[in-house]
Design a protein around this ligand. Structure first.
Ligand code: MLT
Length: 271
C-alpha cells in the first residue's frame, strides 16, 4: 500500500490500495498521507484510493526551483495519476487538501467525476491570516517543526476528542513531527498565497460533497454551508462530534458519508 516513485523529477511517497475507479485523497497541513489510513481501512468496494504526501511532507522530496504554491502540489498529484495511468477520478481534500483540490479543479476539470471538500474553505487568506502565517514562518525558522506542532495541534482536534483519545493526539503529533521543516515552510508560503476559489464554486458542475466536523474550530460549519449553497450540484454532511480532522475523529461516519457519495455518482459517460 505504501509506494514510492519519481514525479516531475522528485521522489514521491504515496499510499495506494484497491481496484476500480480512483479517489485521490489530499491531506491537511501539517500532516501527511497517513492521515487517510482510516479511509484506506474502510475502502469502498470498487474504488482505488491514492493518497500522496505533498512535496516536502512525509516521504516526498521538497520542491526544487519551483514556487511553493497550491498549484504546484496539484501538478504533482495530477502527474502521479498520469503515471499510474488514471484519467478520470474523484478528488477529496481536507483543509489544505481542499485548497489543493481547488487547484486540481483549475488544472484538470474535465477529468473530474466528483469533488469532496472536507473541513476547508474556498476563500483566500485574510490580511490577519497572512500576518499569522508570517509569524508561523518566523517560528519555524527559530524552532523547527515544533512550532507548527504547537500552533496546530490544539486546534486540529475537538477538545473533547483530544481529551478522550490521547492515542489520537499522539498519532497526529507523530505525523507532524515526521515532517521536515523546509516542506512545512513551503506549505505555509503556499497557503498564504492561495487564490480565492469562491468565484470558482458556481462553475463546478460535477457532483460535490461538502463534509465538515460539527466542532471544527478552524473551518467552521457555516463556511461549508456557504460552499454548499454556491456549488450547483452539492450535498452537505455535518459529522456529529468531529472537529477539524473529521476523518480521524469520526472515521466511521466520515467514511460512510464518503462511501455514500461515491456509490451515488452517476455512471461515468467519459470513461
Ligand atoms: C489545514 O488543516 O490544512 C490547515 O488548517 C489549513 C490552514 O491553515 O488554512
Amino acid at each position: 500500500m505504501e509506494r514510492t516513485t519519481t514525479i516531475r523529477g522528485r521522489h514521491v511517497r504515496y499510499l495506494d490500495a484497491g481496484q476500480g475507479q480512483t479517489l485521490l485523497l489530499l491531506h491537511a497541513f501539517p500532516l501527511s498521507a497517513d492521515m487517510w489510513r482510516p479511509q484506506f481501512d474502510q475502502r469502498p468496494e470498487g474504488w482505488r484510493l491514492v493518497a500522496p504526501d505533498y512535496a516536502g511532507f512525509g516521504g516526498s522530496e521538497r520542491f526544487v526551483g519551483e514556487p511553493a504554491a497550491v498549484a504546484s502540489y496539484a501538478l504533482d498529484a495530477i502527474a502521479l495519476l498520469d503515471a499510474l495511468g488514471v484519467h478520470r477520478f474523484v478528488v477529496a481534500g481536507l483543509s489544505m487538501g481542499g485548497y489543493v483540490a481547488f487547484a486540481v479543479v483549475r488544472q484538470a476539470r474535465m477529468r473530474l467525476r466528483g469533488l469532496v471538500l472536507a473541513d476547508t474553505r474556498a476563500d483566500a487568506d485574510s490580511d490577519e491570516a497572512r500576518a499569522n502565517r508570517q509569524s508561523m514562518m518566523a517560528a519555524l525558522d527559530e524552532r523547527g517543526v515544533a512550532a507548527a506542532r504547537d500552533a496546530m495541534l490544539p486546534k486540529l482536534l475537538a477538545e473533547e476528542n483530544a481529551a478522550a483519545h490521547p492515542e489520537l493526539v499522539a498519532t497526529v503529533r507523530a505525523m507532524i513531527e515526521r515532517n521536515a521543516v523546509g516542506g512545512v515552510r513551503d506549505a505555509v508560503a503556499a497557503l498564504m498565497t492561495r487564490p480565492d476559489s469562491v468565484p470558482l464554486l458556481k462553475d463546478i458542475a460535477c457532483p460535490a460533497l461538502v463534509l465538515v466536523g460539527e466542532r471544527d474550530a478552524i473551518t467552521p460549519v457555516a463556511l461549508h454551508e456557504q460552499m454548499h449553497a454556491a456549488l450547483p450540484n452539492a450535498t452537505l454532511a455535518v459529522i456529529p462530534g468531529a472537529g477539524h480532522l473529521a476523518n480521524l475523529e469520526r472515521p466511521a461516519a466520515f467514511s460512510a458519508a464518503l462511501g455514500g457519495f461515491l456509490a451515488a455518482l452517476p455512471p461515468d459517460s467519459h470513461a
